[in-house]
Design a binder for this molecule. Structure first.
Ligand code: PLP
Length: 397
């Protein structure tokens, strides 16, 4: 039976205030202005020269510092309990810049299995060309992680993982890594800071695809990393401005807008996701529900709620193509975290071009369909799933 603990039981009480409350903006505006400008000018030669020597905080150029982007970074840092955050043009921008900012040629990364497929591709295709080794480990097996830690530079976590939603014991792994002098980075896109705050458990850096729950309206591609001022400065020093995957002011503004309702949306994703997962688990067309609430792993201890993303493994008598095509409310597509419900069949990922395929490497079942439960009425969504399963079984027979 799933653990149906109250949603957001340990939700940081401050989250709703951080999301909804601002210090005063110019002219008493209740919404921050968008500084939609590439550069900022200086009144005098001396002021410009002083800024170039590193004095003062006057913004210079939006690839490096933009006040609207900084507004999002401040809010996200506060939500994650971090000293600082950096916004990026995508989640992959955050992941690549963080890794390239911290890891050098000749060093080794230890990464959990079932990591997000494009993070996997980065590690398999680009990092080896730069002389960075990557080893994949079962994140649910702390002993295996500990054996592989000595000599590594960075432990890359994602809890729950992509597609199969395996969790890791963040606190335990962070403590082990620290003992071996290994930095920890955790992708927290699934839970959002409303349901999990990795830094509170000793993880060094937390990152997100802000394209998912943080934005929440499927209208932004963005990313963010948060942690100590020192680590963010280290990433900035060699990577952020030069790789140039900077979060734009307009996208930052949309993210601030999205964050306003993050606590509310996450509660709804939690409730609807769990309700549908429970009903699907009792349906004869579903062999297995891959949802952290059903897995009963120790890694669930740091989650105070469940999001709306999980997978189902369909029985052999369900025609997956017919099931997908029969869905009316659940649209077929990648990504997740917005207002809308989505379905994505894993076997399509198995056939993806481009090599270095995580879904094949980690042997994700081709019978698996990932569902994102959006903000629609949960009974409407259930009717949609039921009729699609019925049709997909008839088609088979
Ligand atoms: C989508 C996703 C990413 C990548 O984010 P983009 O914004 O698409 O670049 C990273 N991690 C996870 C878990 C994701 O789902």
């Amino acid at each position: 039976m799933p653990d149906t603990r109250e949603p957001a039981r340990r939700e940081p009480r401050a989250a709703a205030t951080i999301a909804a409350h601002d210090e005063a903006f110019p002219l008493g505006a209740v919404v921050p202005p968008i500084y939609q400008t590439s550069l900022f000018t200086f009144a005098t030669y001396d002021e410009l020269a002083a800024r170039f020597r590193g004095e003062g905080e006057h913004p210079v150029y939006s690839r490096v510092d933009n006040p609207t982007t900084a507004e999002f970074e401040r809010k996200l840092a506060a939500l994650e309990g971090a000293e600082a955050a950096r916004g990026f043009a995508s989640g992959m921008g955050a992941i690549a810049t963080t890794i390239l900012g911290l890891v050098k040629q000749g060093e080794r990364i230890l990464c959990v299995r079932y990591v997000y497929p494009d993070a996997y591709r980065l590690m398999r295709k680009l990092l080896p060309r730069l002389g960075i080794a990557v080893e994949f480990v079962d994140g649910a097996d702390p002993a295996a992680v500990e054996r592989a830690l000595p000599g590594a530079r960075l432990l890359y976590l994602e809890s729950p993982t992509s597609l199969v939603f395996r969790t890791q014991e963040l606190g335990r792994l962070a403590a082990l890594a620290r003992r071996h002098g290994v930095l920890t980075v955790a992708d927290n896109s699934w839970a959002s800071p409303i349901f999990q705050r990795p830094l509170e458990h000793g993880v060094d850096l937390v990152l997100h695809s802000a394209s998912k729950y943080l934005g929440g309206h499927s209208d932004v591609v963005a990313g963010v990393v948060a942690g100590s001022r020192a680590l963010i400065a280290a990433i900035d020093d060699v990577a952020t401005p030069y790789l140039g995957a900077k979060l734009s002011p307009l996208d930052a503004w949309l993210l601030v807008r999205g964050l306003r309702t993050l606590p509310l949306r996450m509660r709804r994703h939690h409730e609807s996701g769990l309700a549908l997962a429970e009903r699907l688990a009792g349906h004869p067309g579903v062999v297995r529900v891959l949802h952290p609430a059903f897995a009963n792993e120790p890694g669930c201890a740091t989650l105070s709620g469940w999001s709306g993303l999980f997978s189902i493994e369909l029985a052999d008598d369900i025609d997956i193509r017919v099931f997908c095509d029969a869905l009316a409310m659940f649209k077929l597509g990648v990504s997740w975290g917005g207002h809308e419900s989505l379905a994505f069949p894993a076997r399509i990922s198995r056939q993806q071009a481009g090599g270095a395929n995580a879904v094949v490497e980690f042997d994700v079942s081709p019978r698996l369909v990932r569902l994102h439960v959006g903000l629609e009425d949960v009974e409407d969504l259930w009717r949609d799933l039921e009729q699609a399963l019925k049709r997909a079984r008839q088609a088979h027979g």
